[in-house]
Each structure stands twice: as structure tokens, then as C-alpha cells.
Design a protein around this ligand. Structure first.
Ligand code: PAF
Length: 272
């Protein structure tokens, strides 16, 4: 794997590179990221990844400061997975950066609790797409709203980029892999899988789906000590709240804090 320690280093060689499949990350990589590299490797392209903790997408300064950093281990994992190029953007990435205003659906779900978050995500991704000019990009669907907004952004801006959404990788207990999981206490690690269990429970009982039913599920999570930002049933494209499971597949999405750690998860349930 070739490591570029600055954008200048990458820019000086990029014109000689073949088509690229791109996996953007903020580091602290785990098996979920490894699966994105595996998917990128299945394309006919060389694989490029970035590790950059993007200050623009953190509305909580402490969250940004405490974001886990494990560069040596990350490099080892990417190398082992056969990633061809790793760019470690330097602060010049922010020079004259063009701010992107995310569309209205960015204000729903996570966006309602993290104002400006998706503006920051799209702003940095737009810059990375300009620099890397990828043929394909791979995003995990654990961050479903992010995946959707990037897909829409590529379509709206008519970017010549193919986007692949990857299924969430889970521990055997169901907990979605996340860089934040290492911040959980041992006790909270046993409670955290309740999030996915609750989503699966909603799926099993989808004939009863309505706002009151979801409220009981949200209260159930609270009884375990979760501070629930949202537990919502919504349209898989518009993210508008919906319970119309007779006619449409629906996204059930949850975000909740456990001992100060913010966890998200989701499940698409098929129509009746
Ligand atoms: O999903 C992430 O890790 C980040 O939001 C991304 C896509 C790397 C942009 O900073």
C-alpha cells in the first residue's frame, strides 16, 4: 500500500493512477471498514482509502477531540485487506473549501440532533471526490442517512461516480460495529445489543407498526438506561415519518446515547 502523507504527494501522482474505488474513513478502523475494502476490492479498480477526522462534521467539540485515533493499527488493517493507496490528508484540505449545504432530508433523524453535521460531511466528501476523482465509492449503510445524502448528492451534481451501499457488519450479539463501541464500559457493552434486538422485534411485529407502538419500544430502551434521540419509522428515500408498511418497505432507525456514547442502527423492513 502506498501512503500519501499530504494532498500534495497524492496530487503529484494521481494522473498516472488507474480507475479508483474509494473508501473514505475517519480511522479507528474495524471489521465494518474491512468489509467496505473487501467490496471495493471486488470492483475492477485499485482501492484508495482516506483517514481524516473531519472537524466540520462534529457539532460537539469534545466528541471531535475524543474521537479514537489508532493510525498504526488502521494502516496494518488496510494493508492486510489489500488497499492499494492510503491518503492522510493534511490541514490544507480545508483551504478555500467550498461549503456544501445539505438538502432538507439532512435535517431529519441524526441531522435533527446534530445541526450542520451533514453539511460538514458533504463539504469534505465533495473536496475528497474532487481530489481523488473516484470511479466508485463505497459507504456503509449503518449510516443510512449519510449513504442516502451522498447518493442524492452524486445524482444531483451529476458526478460520474458509482456508489455502493454496504450492509452493516455486526458482532455475534447483534451490536452494529462502530468506532464508538470501544468507548462503551464493559457493562454497557452487554446492554448495547438491545438496540438491534429492539429493531428486530419491531420487524417481527410490523403488522402493529404505529407511533404508539414505537413509543413503547423507545420507553423500553429508556428502561435500560438509553437516552433515545429518536426511534423512527420512515420512508426509505424521503426519510419522512411513515407507518405505511402495507405498501412500502420502511426504514426503522434509532439513535441513542448509552453512558455518553452515541450509537446508531437501522433496519429496512419489507412491506407486508
Ligand atoms: O462515515 C464517516 O466515517 C465519515 O462521515 C466520512 C464519510 C469519512 C466523512 O468524513
Amino acid at each position: 500500500m502506498i501512503i500519501y502523507n499530504s494532498l500534495e504527494e497524492f496530487n503529484s501522482v494521481k494522473h498516472n493512477l488507474p480507475k479508483l474505488s474509494f473508501v473514505p474513513t475517519m480511522g479507528n478502523l474495524h471489521e465494518g471498514h474491512a468489509s467496505l475494502i473487501d467490496i471495493a476490492k471486488k470492483t475492477d479498480n485499485e482501492v484508495v482509502s482516506t483517514i481524516y477526522v473531519n472537524s466540520l462534521q462534529f457539532n460537539d467539540k469534545n466528541d471531535f477531540i475524543n474521537y479514537p485515533k489508532t493510525l498504526d493499527m488502521d494502516i496494518e488493517l488496510l494493508d492486510k485487506k489489500g488497499c492499494n493507496h492510503l491518503i492522510l490528508p493534511d490541514p490544507s484540505i480545508l483551504d478555500n473549501i467550498k461549503s456544501i449545504k445539505a438538502p432538507i432530508k439532512s435535517t431529519k433523524l441524526c441531522g435533527a440532533h446534530r445541526p450542520g453535521h451533514f453539511d460538514g460531511v458533504l463539504t469534505i466528501l465533495n473536496r475528497l471526490f474532487e481530489i481523488i476523482n473516484p470511479h466508485t465509492v463505497v459507504f456503509g449503510k449503518k449510516d443510512y442517512q449519510q449513504f442516502l445524502l451522498v447518493k442524492d448528492f452524486i445524482y444531483e451534481k451529476k458526478l460520474n461516480i458509482n456508489i455502493i451501499g454496504a450492509n452493516t457488519i455486526r458482532n455475534t450479539n447483534g451490536l452494529a460495529l462502530s468506532s464508538r463501541n470501544i468507548l462503551l464500559t464493559e457493562k454497557d457493552k452487554t446492554i448495547a445489543p438491545t438496540l438491534y434486538k429492539t429493531l428486530k422485534d419491531i420487524e417481527i411485529n410490523k403488522v402493529y407498526l404505529n407511533s404508539e407502538y414505537l413509543k413503547t419500544k423507545s420507553d423500553y430502551l429508556k428502561s435500560f438506561g438509553f437516552k433515545v434521540d429518536y426511534l423512527i419509522s420512515c420512508d426509505t428515500e424521503s426519510l419522512e415519518e411513515s407507518y405505511n408498511i402495507n405498501n412500502n418497505d420502511l426504514l426503522i432507525a434509532v439513535a441513542a446515547h448509552l453512558g455518553g456514547v452515541r450509537l446508531i442502527d437501522n433496519l429496512v423492513i419489507s412491506k407486508l
